[in-house]
Design a protein around this ligand. Structure first.
Ligand SMILES: Cc1ncc(COP(=O)(O)O)c(C=O)c1O
Length: 398
């Protein structure tokens, strides 16, 4: 049977990905896995067990189209208390991770040739979905306060002058992946103004908002600043409670919900998982979230100290106040894409910067994650990585 001839014409376009990212290594600094030292496996099971007598019978049926009501209500309360987002329950739907919600929104709105504006480097999963839909992704210059609003406005004006209306502005506004930046409140307000002035919706991804470590409190989400149905929002409990739980959510204004209802919302998560997460977070969320922050602080500081010890000062690292990611810039000419094979041979994985750009630029940039391993493993892995980079001549221009 020749399946190659039968493949659908709707198959996504090829996207750029390093073959090494799937390799099995001892030290994984390439994925924002859940903090294994904090993950509450026993308590999650206990919460589920406690809910089964009252909620277990619901598993005989298919879950409600937008997901578990109790969990959605908890999300509604938490968004109002922590992110300045006040929405009714009907505006929230659960999805298979943040990725499931992103995929649903991209499917609903992106046609081949559409233009999407994004930060200078942006999360490779969304980038791949957009490129898979043959979108034109335009990266906007981004500094320590987030996407530059003047550059954003100039880009929209110049696209409009060529008859192109961008479909959306995609922004990871908190502990940005991969750059680690948090957009300032003033910038967020300007982003919302620009979105409203030019009629380009914002697609805001706050997947890391639960991971405040230190510094100023987080500014509210752009969704709470907008009064014109101009922001769609996604986040998840994957990073917080377990990537394998596949539990995320989206918040969308009614006109978007209307469209998504036709697609029957994100690939829905298991109702059993939703019950466990609901039970656990309602009971333990207020203690668990700060305990993850404490652990991430130790891991971030350990990784930064190890980088300071083993890498030359010409390598610059971000200093994030939260999240799970460090963003690095190596000397000009260093190629993190090419060096990944040698690093994998030595047992360490990271993500090359070029994975986060539609044009594959950024070869001297890289992303490291500090959430999964314990401090001792972090120290070991970073020392090995520095040795590999040195032997690959990556510091030669230092
Ligand atoms: C910014 C961002 N969005 C979405 C995702 C996908 O996460 P999930 O596992 O919740 O689907 C990730 C995962 O790394 C991410 O960093």
């Amino acid at each position: 049977m020749d399946y190659a001839k039968l493949v659908s014409r709707n198959m996504p376009a090829e996207v750029r990905s390093h073959p090494g990212i799937a390799a099995d290594t001892d030290y994984v600094f390439s994925v924002t896995y859940t903090d294994l030292d904090q993950m509450p496996t026993t308590e999650l099971a206990d919460s589920l067990r406690a809910l089964m007598p009252s909620e277990g019978a619901a598993l005989a049926k298919y879950p409600p189209p937008q997901g578990h009501d109790g969990l959605r209500d908890l999300i509604r309360q938490r968004l109002s208390e922590n992110r300045g987002i006040d929405v009714p329950l009907e505006s929230i739907f659960l999805s298979s991770g943040a990725g499931g919600a992103i995929s649903t929104i991209v499917d609903a709105f992106i046609d081949p040739g559409d233009t999407v504006l994004a930060e200078e480097f942006t999360y490779s999963g969304t980038l791949n979905m957009l490129l898979g839909h043959r979108a034109n992704v335009v990266h906007i210059p981004t500094d320590v306060d987030g996407m530059d609003p003047d550059a954003l406005e100039d880009a929209i004006k110049s696209l409009n002058a060529r008859g192109i209306q961008p479909k959306m502005i995609y922004s990871i506004s908190v502990y940005q992946n991969p750059m680690g930046i948090t957009m300032s409140e003033e910038r967020k307000k300007r982003m919302v103004e620009i979105s409203q002035r030019y009629g380009v919706p914002i697609f805001e991804n706050e997947s890391y908002a639960d991971f405040y470590i230190d510094g100023d409190p987080l500014p509210p989400a752009m969704m709470g600043m907008d009064d014109q149905d101009g922001v769609m929002y996604v986040s998840a409990y994957t990073k917080l409670l377990g990537c394998g739980l596949r539990l995320g959510y989206a918040v969308a204004p009614e006109p978007v919900m209307d469209t998504l209802r036709k697609l029957r919302f994100g690939v829905s998560p298991s109702h059993l998982t939703s019950m466990a997460v609901y039970g656990y977070l309602s009971e333990h969320g207020d203690e668990y979230i700060p305990s993850v922050a404490d652990s991430l602080k130790t891991k971030r500081d350990t990784m930064m100290a190890a980088l300071g010890e083993h890498f030359p000062p010409s390598c610059k690292w971000s200093q994030p106040n939260g999240g799970m990611i460090l963003w690095g810039e190596l000397p000009e000419g260093a190629n993190t894409w090419d060096a990944l094979d040698a690093a994998i041979q030595a047992g360490v994985k990271y993500n090359p910067g070029a994975m986060y750009r539609a044009d594959g630029e950024g070869n001297n940039k890289m992303r490291l994650t500090f959430s999964y391993h314990n401090p001792e493993q972090i120290r070991e892995g970073i020392a090995i990585l520095a040795g590999v980079f040195e032997s690959q001549g990556m510091f030669d221009n230092a």
